[in-house]
Design a protein around this ligand. Structure first.
Ligand SMILES: Cc1cc2nc3c(=O)[nH]c(=O)nc-3n(C[C@H](O)[C@H](O)[C@H](O)COP(=O)(O)OP(=O)(O)OC[C@H]3O[C@@H](n4cnc5c(N)ncnc54)[C@H](O)[C@@H]3O)c2cc1C
Length: 401
């Protein structure tokens, strides 16, 4: 019964706990928040990540919470359509996928699926001391416990990575922007579309449908060099948002009026995480903690789900021998991770133009590329290549499919 401490109860952490339990390991999850974190926008499950969700038996629960977005639309300051990509244009393989769910709903489904795995909410790791037989873990509460293995699934700001691999700045590259996500009362004109209004200065005001039509998920994003702020201080982050967005058009005033009462407010930099080696002795990384292309690249949830599946499967194949399992996990995942961390053409400059002319140009090219003569070419760009990984069938999973 190999014991595994997982730091982080987001997406990668519970997914890893699920598979570890199925393979006969004993996972414990520590999550710094007081309970499951509900926030986040829509995430999509397609390709190999959908296969993993299917192997977990989660598709019925996901289907119950599935969103039905009609597509993606750029609007102007008065809400008038400037360019649109209806979902059916790319047969559910474009920016809006066939299987979409809110990140918070998926996190809840994953946590429920881990059965009676041990969860310690409000806990965080402060020290890791590894020796030949295990890792002695000290928590902020003063509690000390030994585990055979430790996995950091604690996101872009991973504490495990900081403690066992090196300082944050060595692995995290700022891509020039910040985003916040939170739930608001839905305005009437959303009509199941994801809508984005861009304002000069690299400002994004977005709204996406919630599965409850009374609500919508807001996104306020802005371009900026690195800011000096406390990533745990939500009041300071709300202020950063207010300073930039006050006075803008479309539904901005409504979003700002809901900012203070949103209990799922989430704010983070647009950052990329590249860690050359995903393990150090008995300690490994999974999900954003080890590899993250930023929200611009998308695919964070897919990488977390697939990474958890492969890490647990390789540990099972190696009978818990981390010296064989951890390198095998990285070897199997690396090409897929590199592929899914690629940024879309133009990166943040194309997505969040600084000038009115840049916004007009982006809207024009989107209209052009979604017009009949070019839609085939656009499909090639947005649909992309198949996942660069062959998903193994690890011995003990198969009985459950
Ligand atoms: C509340 C929230 C909302 C998000 N919304 C979006 C979104 O709208 N769009 C998007 O592209 N991405 C979003 N993300 C990021 C997205 O979930 C990840 O990119 C992706 O799903 C990979 O998941 P992950 O489990 O690796 O990381 P995450 O989902 O970020 O999970 C990491 C978990 O670790 C916990 N944690 C952090 N530090 C510690 C610590 N020291 N000790 C213990 N636990 C710790 C965090 O509280 C979090 O629950 C969001 C993340 C969170 C936490």
């Amino acid at each position: 019964m190999t014991t595994v401490l997982i730091s982080g109860g987001g997406i990668a952490g519970p997914a890893l706990a699920f598979w570890l339990r199925r393979h006969g390991f004993t996972p414990t999850i520590v999550e710094v928040a007081a309970g499951p974190r509900p926030g986040g926008q829509t995430v999509d499950l397609r390709g190999i990540s959908r296969v993993v969700a299917e192997r977990m038996g989660l598709l019925p629960a996901i289907a119950e919470r599935q969103l039905h977005e009609r597509g993606f639309e750029y609007v102007d300051a008065r809400g008038r359509r400037q360019a649109a990509m209806p979902a059916e244009l790319f047969d559910g393989a474009g920016p809006v996928a066939e299987l979409e769910i809110l990140r918070g709903d998926l996190a809840g489904i994953l946590a429920a699926a881990t059965g009676d795995a041990e969860y310690l909410y409000g806990y965080s790791v402060t020290e890791l001391e590894q020796d030949a037989s295990g890792v002695l873990v000290t928590f902020a509460s003063g509690l000390r416990r030994r585990f055979d293995l430790v996995v950091g699934a604690d996101g872009v700001h991973s504490r495990v990575r900081r403690l066992a691999f090196g300082p944050h700045d060595r692995f995290v590259q700022h891509l020039g922007g910040y985003s916040s996500y939170f739930t608001v009362e839905a305005p009437e004109d959303l009509q199941h579309w994801m809508k984005v209004y861009s304002a000069p200065g690299g400002l994004w005001v977005g709204l996406r449908p919630d599965h409850d039509p009374q609500f919508a998920k807001a996104l306020l994003g802005f371009r900026s060099p690195v800011l000096d702020y406390d990533y745990r201080d939500a009041a300071q982050q709300r202020q950063l948002i207010r300073e930039r967005f006050t006075g803008l058009g479309w539904h901005t005033r409504h979003l700002l009026s809901e900012l203070d009462r949103a209990d799922d407010f989430y704010f983070d930099s647009t950052s990329r995480v590249v860690v050359p080696e995903w393990s150090q002795g008995r300690i490994a990384l999974v999900g954003d903690a080890g590899y993250c292309g930023s929200p611009l690249a998308g695919h964070g949830t897919a990488l977390a789900l697939v990474g958890a599946y492969v890490l647990a499967g390789e540990l099972a194949t190696a009978d818990g021998d981390h010296l064989r399992a951890f390198p095998a996990y990285q070897c199997r995942m690396q090409a897929y991770v590199d592929q899914r961390m690629e940024l879309p053409p133009g990166g943040i400059r194309m997505a969040m133009p600084m000038s009115s002319a840049g916004i007009g140009y982006r809207n024009f090219t989107t209209r052009l590329m979604t017009s009949r003569p070019f839609v085939g070419l656009m499909a090639k760009l947005v649909v992309g290549k198949p996942d660069a990984i062959e998903l193994p069938a690890y011995a003990r999973d198969q009985a459950h499919w």
